[in-house]
Ligand binder design. Structure first.
Ligand code: HQG
Length: 183
């Protein structure tokens, strides 16, 4: 991806997850935007998207951040929203183990109160440690926590899998978190 494409991917993410109003766009209740309307409104704000570029950004997103509707007319972010939308995901049974990537500076607070969703709509969990390291590195020195998801599910706590494979839940209480030997 070129630097310009990275910038336009980030801006698409910003609009679809956090600030549709930045370009005067309205998302529907499930977070979908009309692609042509997005292109027109982003263009009016100096951001040069085309339908072909959007299809390319959807296809090439390293984390598969976006999804086009089957008819190709609408687009939404697969996860990561801070605005109040309903992804309409069905609860599914998670694997026994999931991982959460965070930063060492949050350790004290997480030990006390567990993981909460902060500004987003869910706590985000990864299937593998490598992904969790990458997610945590965005915040500082990465710290990977093991989450006993199967046990949480057995306690009746709901899990969801976003279309890009990221696992989501509302909160993780401290008793379901295993800490690395040093961290
Ligand atoms: C931490 C990225 C203190 C939490 C990724 C995290 C992901 C606490 C930070 C997606 C806490 C929130 C989401 C507590 C949680 N005390 N800190 N009680 N509970 N935290 O960015 O999970 O590249 O909102 O550990 O791939 O880092 O943007 O969430 O460090 O899927 O597409 O508070 O965003 O995707 O940070 O990342 P975030 P996240 P993109």
């Amino acid at each position: 991806m070129t630097d310009q494409h990275k910038k336009l991917s980030k801006f698409l993410s910003l609009v679809l997850r956090h600030e549709p109003q930045a370009i005067g766009l309205t998302l529907d209740a499930q977070g979908w935007a009309d692609v042509d309307e997005f292109i027109a409104k982003a263009g009016a704000h100096g951001k040069p998207y085309s339908r072909a570029l959007i299809e390319q950004l959807v296809r090439d997103s390293d984390k598969q951040r976006f999804k086009l509707s089957d008819d190709g007319l609408r687009i939404r972010a697969n996860q990561g929203h801070s605005i109040d939308i309903d992804l309409a995901l069905q609860p599914v049974e998670p694997p026994a183990s999931l991982y959460h990537g965070t930063a060492t500076r949050f350790a004290g607070s997480i030990r006390r109160s567990g993981l909460d969703k902060r500004s987003r709509q869910h706590v985000h969990l990864s299937l593998d440690r490598d992904t969790a390291v990458k997610v945590g590195s965005r915040h500082g020195t990465p710290l990977v926590l093991h989450v006993r998801a199967g046990e949480m599910h057995a306690h009746g706590i709901a899990f969801y899998r976003a279309d890009n494979g990221v696992w989501l839940t509302d909160a993780v209480a401290p008793q379901f978190i295993d800490w690395p030997a040093r961290g």
